[in-house]
Write a protein of this length. Sequence first.
Length: 145
Amino acid sequence: MVCLGNICRSPLAEGVMQHLADEHNLDWTVDSAGTGSWHVGEGPDRRSVRTAQRFGVDISKQVCRQFKAVDFDRFDLILVMDNNNLSDVLSLARNEQDAAKVRLLLNDKEVPDPYYDNNQFEPVYRLIEGGCKDIIREYAHLQID
């Protein structure tokens, strides 16, 4: 899961996906990163932590990190939140196999960055949750609500 700073959207996406994977007994490794380095070593934004907690997901122990080319070796699928993240991650792809692993979480829609609007954290959470459920349906072939 990749966004700009790894403090709002991608930590939520990591937490939601891991929560859903655990609920459905999927042996998936889920992680998140940012395309920028501003918040490396910090925890997620407190508003993301609070929003996730309201939905029963704990992201409080996550640590922000920057996306690196080695992530292409570590992960089978790299889901980004918006088109800027998409181009930033694709610019690090070393070959067609790397690039083929990258896509928007919501297929053709972007997950808006809630950073500047406190009222957007819950709607963003719901978008991310829907996208994560779609990924589980697609890759684990499970029927989930």
